[in-house]
Design a protein around this ligand. Structure first.
Ligand SMILES: N[C@@H](CCC(=O)N[C@@H](CS)C(=O)NCC(=O)O)C(=O)O
Length: 216
């Protein structure tokens, strides 16, 4: 199988983090050339990465769908939690990160450009990001991991989302989203010391550098 992925893509980073944590070694990383040509929808109708190519012409889109598929076919080293209640907590945090943080950050990206920015549009998305962060503050655990005492899918979704909060949102000239969320800020400090989280953070930093250098 091939995961179509790019270093800087946070949704792809989420699945890469899951693959590293589950110690899956038979998925290769690739990026179909059509992605850079703006024609990825010929390859996968949604036209976004990550996309998991499970056979020629057979592609699974959407990070959350890929993550659940991988949990089903590689049940060892489960990243979903030990019982139904924990799994609900893991999925709740994963959804907060995907829907209420990342989706709004992506919608705000065109407002990074100060010359073309519409403040009212920027403010709508910034308010939604703040609201999502407030919800995360109340749901997140206060230990080393987002839920319980092991790495779960909640961490795999949160680490790239919080990286985006730190590196992208301040460029909108609004307060950093974690400023009023001490539990999330403490989690972010601790999780960066985790080897698997550190690996995807390094990949995202590399992707950002390549973007800035124009080599990507
Ligand atoms: N809901 C999707 C979002 C994926 C997504 O937006 N990927 C970005 C890169 S991180 C992308 O491929 N963007 C290309 C485009 O919008 O054309 C998921 O969870 O996989």
């Amino acid at each position: 199988m091939k995961l179509h992925t790019a270093d800087l893509s946070p949704y792809s980073a989420k699945v890469r983090m899951q693959i590293y944590a589950k110690r899956i070694t038979d998925i290769s990383f690739d990026l179909d050339p059509s992605f850079r040509q703006g024609k990825f929808s010929d390859f996968s109708p949604i036209g976004r990465i990550p996309a998991l190519e499970i056979a020629e012409g057979n592609v699974i889109p959407e990070s959350e769908v890929i993550a659940e598929y991988l949990e089903e076919i590689y049940p060892e080293h489960s990243m979903l939690g030990a019982d139904a209640e924990v799994r609900a907590q893991v999925r709740t945090i994963s959804r907060i990160a995907d829907i209420y943080l990342m989706n709004n950050i992506f919608m705000a990206l065109p407002q990074l450009n100060r010359k073309t920015r519409v403040d009212a549009v920027r403010d709508v998305f910034a308010a939604q990001i703040t609201r999502g962060m407030g919800a995360l503050e109340r749901h997140i655990g206060d230990g080393e991991f987002a839920v319980g005492d092991t790495l779960t899918m909640a961490d795999c979704t949160l680490v790239p989302a919080l990286w985006m909060c730190q590196h992208t949102v301040p460029r909108l000239d609004v307060p950093a989203p974690m400023d009023d969320s001490p539990k999330v800020a403490a989690y972010w400090q601790k999780i960066q010391e985790n080897d698997i989280a550190a690996k995807v953070i390094a990949e995202m930093n590399r992707g950002m550098q390549a973007r800035l250098d124009g080599t990507e």
